[in-house]
Ligand binder design. Sequence first.
Ligand SMILES: Nc1ncnc2c1ncn2[C@@H]1O[C@H](COP(=O)(O)OP(=O)(O)O)[C@@H](O)[C@H]1O
Ligand SMILES: N[C@@H](CCC(=O)OP(=O)(O)O)C(=O)O
Length: 371
Amino acid sequence: MLQTQTIVVKIGTSSLTQSQTGLLALSTIATLVETLSHLRRQGHRVILVSSGAVGVGCARLGLTERPRTMAMKQAVAAVGQGRLMRVYDDFFTTLQQPIAQVLLTRSDVGERSRYVNAYNTFQALLDIGVIPIVNENDTVAVQELKFGDNDTLSALVASLVEADWLFLLTDVDRLYSADPRSFPDAQPIALVTHMEQLAQLQVQVGSPGSQWGTGGMVTKIAAARIATAAGVRTVITEGRFPHNIEKIIQGEPLGTQFAPQLQPSNARKRWIAYGLIPTGKLYLDDGAVKAICQQGKSLLAAGITTIEGEFDSQDAVQICDRFGKEVARGIANYSTSELQKIRGRHSKEIATILGYAGAANVIHRDNLVLL
Ligand SMILES: Nc1ncnc2c1ncn2[C@@H]1O[C@H](COP(=O)(O)OP(=O)(O)O)[C@@H](O)[C@H]1O
Ligand SMILES: N[C@@H](CCC(=O)OP(=O)(O)O)C(=O)O
């Protein structure tokens, strides 16, 4: 028997609802509930990240398309989330499986103490055999502080709980070299051992497939990047056949599997990379990019060419090469206004320029995460 695994399963609106009517896909939900309850009874720790609040809310209110304004989306999500949980509770209760609702916003993981608190709550729920059902707290999240899509949210949850598996259930059986709806000859991809492979294969990810889905494959691949960096094996597979989750855990090569990185970053670094919300951007010259990316050095003021955004000391910033490609994230020791004065200058000059002695580096390597 397989040792206890922590398994995060994310199901998208496209799998939870019928494409024509927008009504719930009850047989899919029933099979999903059966599968997850079975995994629980085998001793595994299971978390479900479920979309569908907006989709179900629309169906309940008889709306024929996804609302456009933020306030209306939030209102519709408030209608749908309760309905969705009611359905899950009915199904799971039939199998005597307790569940819990966990609604998160971006700021819940952006602050270290709340992140740690969320971790503790998940562990407590899993310890007592509950399946937490997670969604973004759509009703209160403001645009700038939204995860925006549940693929990303599920990857952050998988990283937070140090899961073994993340399953992204959707309405295609796997990732293809291009969107199979538009390119019927697109080639299926079974295994991705490292993310650069996708660029080498020139995989095209298109736009969301269904009327209700939000992110298409773009957000699923971004999620796979976050999760695999945290050591989580990630699988994109078809939501219509939730039983496949068990087959995949037992080794069947279904869906597209993304191998976990062998040396996952530590919990604090993962939080710096994906929990914190960056408020600025630093552009580096080539020498500085090499120093931080290849030599494991701290970032010095001398290598910074341009600064964007308004941030304070100890805020998170994105670090980009001269082409604007993000190469790392980190916590800055200086604010925007301080950095404007010291960028491009030698560390020894900092005290004279600012009139006080600060840190010798702009971002210490312990606070720096390569992406
Ligand atoms: N390279 C690709 N391989 C597979 N599907 C793709 C690809 N590019 C785009 N897609 C589209 O992504 C859709 C799934 O995304 P989405 O509708 O957002 O689902 P969900 O609601 O499950 O998150 C598929 O229906 C498919 O049309
Ligand atoms: N929080 C939103 C989900 C947004 C989302 O990512 O949807 P989907 O692309 O269907 O996974 C909802 O419950 O409707």
